[in-house]
Design a protein around this ligand. Structure first.
Ligand code: NDP
Length: 281
């Protein structure tokens, strides 16, 4: 038996279309502002995709491109101005920032109500406490893909490989909040293969091509591959050895076309949520 392929591209397109319908019925246009410092080519593609998707869904979208030598104080002043700009509902500072700027200082300066990336400590804390807040986009996309697969986390054994604040940790917390029994694995985990083999839901967020082997996957498990790696041939591959995994998994996300497209759809959903929450007072 070969695994069912979870088509994140199609799901993201449906969610963006549903958003566009909701936005068209509003009396205002939700506003997203992406701040980019320097010229990291990989993030350039993301920023352009975000901008296009936002406009297509009827949002007003602006990208502030700042020079590489922007100081931390200058960037903080930009964030402060955007916090006070009533036309801006969502602020996203594109990471990574140049080394001379402290990422934490910048993320902490964003108004939590406009923090559509969900990286501010207030939003991360709300997630931890299982209270309403803005949830990081990629983790939110992971949960939507599970829902699409018809997989309920309730009572399930879930293993998340990776514990970054951007992906692994919030995915683990969302799964815990959804009543899964969660193991979070990382670089110090003693026997990663054994941990993975126990998973009914396996989420890989490592950043190493093919680190998760096919025979680490329990029969019928649902596998969500967050990893984006450039293979030796220049093609994008995930953290899961995809061809090996197909005969073992019940359902699996491809790379590309799985989690990646969901991230932008969730960013727009967060922006609409932020816009509605701010207007509701
Ligand atoms: P980080 O580098 O911040 O975190 C990687 C995590 O993997 C760390 O917790 C690390 O452990 C763990 N790890 C590293 N090596 C091993 C190992 N050998 N065995 C077990 N665990 C290991 O990465 P991110 O969380 O930011 O991203 C993870 C992947 O997801 C990347 O490929 C990234 O490109 C992709 N990504 C995709 C997105 C999308 O839209 N689809 C969005 C964001 C990221 P430790 O903490 O011990 O160091």
């Amino acid at each position: 038996m070969s695994a069912r392929i979870l088509d994140g591209k199609a799901l993201a397109a449906r969610r963006r279309a549903a958003l566009a319908t909701r936005v068209a019925a509003l009396q205002f246009r939700p506003g997203l502002c992406v701040v980019r410092v320097g010229d990291d080519p990989a993030s350039g593609v993301y920023v352009r995709n975000k901008d296009r998707a936002a406009r297509e869904a009827g949002f007003s979208s602006e990208t502030l491109q700042l020079p590489e030598n922007t100081t931390e104080a200058e960037l903080l002043a930009v964030v402060k101005r955007l916090n006070g700009d009533a036309s801006v509902d969502g602020i996203l500072v594109q990471l990574p920032l140049p080394g001379h700027i402290r990422t934490e200082a910048v993320l902490d300066a964003i108004d939590p109500a406009k923090d559509v990336d969900g990286f501010h400590p207030v939003n991360q804390g709300a997630l931890m406490l299982n209270r309403p807040g803005l949830v990081p986009c990629t983790p939110r996309g992971v949960m939507l893909l599970l829902e699409e697969a018809g997989v309920s986390p309730k009572g399930a054994r879930a293993v998340v490989v990776g514990r970054s604040t951007i992906v692994g940790r919030p995915v683990s917390t969302l799964l815990l909040n959804a009543d899964a029994t969660v193991t979070t694995a990382h670089s110090r985990t003693r026997d990663l293969a054994a941990e993975c083999r126990r998973a009914e839901i396996l989420v890989a967020a490592v950043g190493r091509a093919g680190i998760i082997r096919g025979d680490w996957i329990a029969p019928g498990a649902t596998v969500i591959d967050v990893g984006i790696n450039r293979g030796a041939d220049g093609k994008l591959v995930g953290d899961v050895a995809y061809a090996e995994a197909l005969p073992h998994a019940g359902a699996i996300t491809p790379v590309p076309g799985g989690v990646g497209p969901m991230t932008i759809a969730c960013l727009l959903e967060n922006t609409l949520e932020a816009a509605l929450a701010r207007r509701a007072g």
